[in-house]
Design a protein around this ligand. Structure first.
Ligand code: NAD
Ligand code: UDP
Length: 310
């Protein structure tokens, strides 16, 4: 049994991670400033003696005795990370420094939730971990993309200079229950719009692609990587290689919900990546990990969840 810190533990991925770690018998401390996280995501955990929750901001230092740290604190949806872009950079960079400083002091293993956004609008397809990316450093997505890239730099510098035991994962679009209805990400937007009979808002012509991973698959990958004793630091892609256009996604969701919502087209946001698909050969060979849940099955669970929420 380990004592584990999860920053961003009240968010979408963090709350699933806290629950899985508690189910494995670990002690979990959730640290969150509740910017995009919610008490509702962890309310069922609050009475457990092995669970603690602290309202704290990762940009301010913290001292704890822990064996493992999962650093997930950072808004992930474009509307939320662009709401206060300077704060997003601080969260990524200072949050990484604070987690790494703590890991160095208490000799903890530390995990970074990095992102496929480090590849920007990629020129190679599918994306492998050795691709350095194509990111606009001054555009509206830069606060997130460059913040996460700098966090990766810090992780690898602490690893090289201070022998900190790191695990860096590049997460591709992940969806499932506990996303916020007004989060702005595409799966939650389309599902909620279809359930409410509102217009389905496709940005641009809908030909851009994404690869969608169901949350339980991703969390299994996180834990498998942290348990792995090889010392391999990453970066490691985790995602589902099934690739869909936004138009295909919208049609799938409309059919499943049986909705009469109309599809409308809005302006494509600046620097929106045209395509994205993870090459997961490394995760297969290092961790024997690959996703088990198809987009159809995952969407069914997600639609069931939002039917109760909306
Ligand atoms: P989320 O917005 O639901 O969760 C982020 C959590 O971090 C929230 O609980 C929020 O309140 C908290 N937080 C934000 N800023 C903070 C701060 N300064 N101090 C303390 N807590 C703070 O997003 P998510 O989808 O659960 O993403 C979790 C992590 O995974 C993020 O780091 C994100 O960049 C990364 N990621 C997610 C995806 C995805 O598809 N879900 C893809 C790539 C990377
Ligand atoms: N998108 C869309 N309609 C929406 C929300 C998003 O067409 O209501 C598009 C968006 O432009 C992008 C894709 O869906 O091309 C994925 O967007 P999301 O914000 O979920 O993730 P990211 O762009 O960060 O991969």
């Amino acid at each position: 049994m380990k004592r584990i810190l999860v920053t961003g533990g009240a968010g979408f991925l963090g709350s699933h991670l806290c629950e899985s770690l508690l189910n494995q018998g670990h002690e979990v401390i959730c640290l969150d400033n509740f910017f995009t996280g919610r008490k509702a995501n962890i309310i069922h955990l609050l009475d457990l003696p092995q669970f603690e929750c602290m309202r704290h901001d990762v940009i301010d230092p913290f001292k704890l005795e822990v064996d493992w740290i999962f650093n997930l604190a950072c808004p992930a949806s474009p509307i939320h990370y662009q709401f206060n872009s300077i704060k997003t950079v601080k969260t990524s960079v200072m949050g990484a420094i604070n987690c790494l400083g703590l890991a160095k002091r208490v000799k903890a293993r530390v995990f970074q939730a990095s992102t496929s956004e480090v590849y920007g609008d990629p020129n190679i397809h599918p994306q492998t971990e050795d691709y350095w990316g194509n990111v606009n450093p001054i555009g509206p997505r830069a606060c997130y993309d460059e913040g996460k890239r700098c966090a990766e730099t810090l992780f690898f510098d602490y690893h090289r200079s201070n022998d900190v035991d790191i695990r860096v994962v590049r997460i591709f679009n992940t969806y499932g229950p506990k996303m916020m209805a007004d989060d702005g990400r595409v799966v939650s937007n389309f599902v909620v719009q279809a359930l409410r009979g509102e217009d389905i808002t496709i940005y641009g012509d809908g030909s851009q692609t994404r690869s969608f991973c169901y949350v339980t698959d991703l969390i299994n990958g996180f834990i498998r990587f942290m348990e792995h004793e090889s010392g391999f630091p990453g970066p490691l892609n985790l995602g589902n290689p099934g690739e869909f256009t936004m138009l295909e996604l919208a049609e799938k969701i409309l059919n499943k919900v049986g909705s009469s919502s109309k599809i409308i087209h809005l302006d494509l946001p600046q620097d929106d990546p045209k395509q994205r698909q993870p090459d997961i050969s490394l995760a297969k060979s290092k961790l024997n990990w690959e996703p088990q849940v198809s987009l159809d099955e995952g969407l069914d669970h997600t639609i069931d969840y939002f039917r109760k929420e909306c």
